[in-house]
Write a protein that binds this ligand. Structure first.
Ligand code: ATP
Ligand code: MG
Length: 381
């Protein structure tokens, strides 16, 4: 009866568009339908000029919607990228309306763009640990980015009702599925194709948020460059090779450390160090290089957060997005970050409708975090 109010969580990625419909049944959440479509139908992102990308995205939105059989026209979608600025500031306590006003002036200090070129939003997070002040989350997104995005969704014959920020959508999905305690402090790393969203979540809110441009495409491009192969082949190598498995801990050899050390050495010598120039060995190095850049950004983010958190420390890292499907990635990140790393299950707390294609869902599960987080913003009974 209220079908007209239904929304679709529409995650317009640069690699694949995801469309998600959810329902609340009692205190349970259900995945009702979902669809996914390639932006580049033949998988080759170098084949088309950038002017076509817009049309390719419109077409991918339409295909994702058709595949999902979602009939809702109202969308909750998101923007992302390094031009989204999120800041956490402290302001004197004052009525909400005055606060919005004060923020416009304060914002100039924090946003590296002209204030009339950006959309500003803010959320009061609560009392600050500085007395008489409140903590405020300030988000700014360039108007041209948001307007282009809204136009894109409209061109696919849909009606945008909310435009969120991709990293917060992923955070929303984590929260709904894991229901973390107030004292849990987690770093969420959502690695897509062009953008990685990094968030630190503690006290049931985001306390650090940043988007960076090191993600899946950077890995594929590094492989293409080092192996001199076209994009499609680079993607293939990325999937088959994956991240390097951390060195054996000797368990298989009954905990014999000497044997495992020798074996580790032999493996390393027979590998790339002795000039193994197979495409797999070269790709493996390229993957590792880009992952190390990503890890260094995550580490920097954690250090920045911890430096001003008043004692809160990140207890674990949760990864999601398509790149989280990479073989061994969680173990590789964990071995470098020295904190436990886990791949998100974006449907941990959901039932799945029988209309959902189970095979398609298993193939894309890790990629649905942002779409689910978006759909959660306006989920209907
Ligand atoms: N098995 C896999 N191993 C490694 N990488 C994978 C695998 N499957 C998908 N990917 C990568 O995941 C990325 C796509 O993930 P995702 O759908 O989250 O991105 P997107 O939302 O389209 O992009 P963005 O939000 O960055 O614009 C691509 O770079 C793709 O190569
Ligand atoms: Mg994405």
């Amino acid at each position: 009866m209220f079908g007209g109010n239904k929304v679709v969580g529409l995650d317009v990625g640069s690699y694949q568009v995801k469309a998600v419909e959810l329902r609340r049944a009692g205190n349970k959440l259900e995945l009702v339908r979902f669809g996914i479509a390639d932006v580049y139908p033949n998988g080759d992102r170098t084949a088309s000029g950038s002017s076509d990308v817009y049309h390719l995205k419109v077409s991918a939105i339409q295909r994702a919607m058709q595949q999902s059989k979602i009939t809702a026209k109202h969308t909750v979608s998101a923007v992302s990228g390094e031009s989204i600025i999120v800041r956490y500031i402290q302001l004197p306590q004052m009525p909400e309306a005055e606060l919005k006003n004060a923020l416009r002036w304060e914002a100039e200090e924090y946003i590296p763009f002209a204030i009339d070129e950006v959309n500003l939003d803010s959320v009061v997070l609560g009392e600050s640990n500085v007395s008489g002040k409140v903590d405020v989350l300030l988000v700014s997104a360039r108007k041209d980015l948001v307007n282009d995005h809204v136009q894109l969704v409209r061109n696919a014959s849909l009606t945008p009702v909310i435009v969120d920020v991709e990293g917060f959508a992923f955070l929303n999905c984590y929260e709904a599925n894991y229901q973390p305690r107030r004292d849990e402090c987690v770093c969420l790393v959502h690695v897509g194709a062009e953008v990685t969203n990094i968030n630190v979540y503690v006290g049931n809110t985001s306390r650090f948020s940043r988007d960076i441009g090191t993600a899946g495409n950077a890995i594929t491009q590094a492989i293409c460059q080092k192996c001199q192969v076209p994009f499609v082949k680079g993607e293939e190598l990325k999937r088959s090779v994956g991240a390097a498995a951390p060195e054996d801990d000797g368990e298989e050899s009954g905990g014999n450390e000497l044997i495992s050390t020798i074996r580790g050495t032999v493996e390393r010598i027979t590998g790339s160090e002795l000039g193994d120039d197979s495409p797999e060995a070269t790709a493996s190095k390229a993957i590792q290089n880009v992952l190390m850049q990503l890890i260094s950004e995550v580490r920097r983010s954690i250090q920045f957060f911890e430096g001003q958190s008043g004692g809160a420390t990140v207890q674990r890292v949760i990864i999601g997005g398509g790149t989280a499907k990479m073989k061994n990635i969680a173990a590789f990140l964990q071995s470098q970050l020295d904190v436990s790393v886990e791949v998100i299950d974006p449907l941990r707390n959901f039932t799945i409708s029988k209309d959902v294609d189970a095979r398609l869902l298993e193939e894309h599960r890790e990629q649905l975090g942002a779409g689910i987080g978006l759909a959660l913003r306006k989920v209907m009974d």
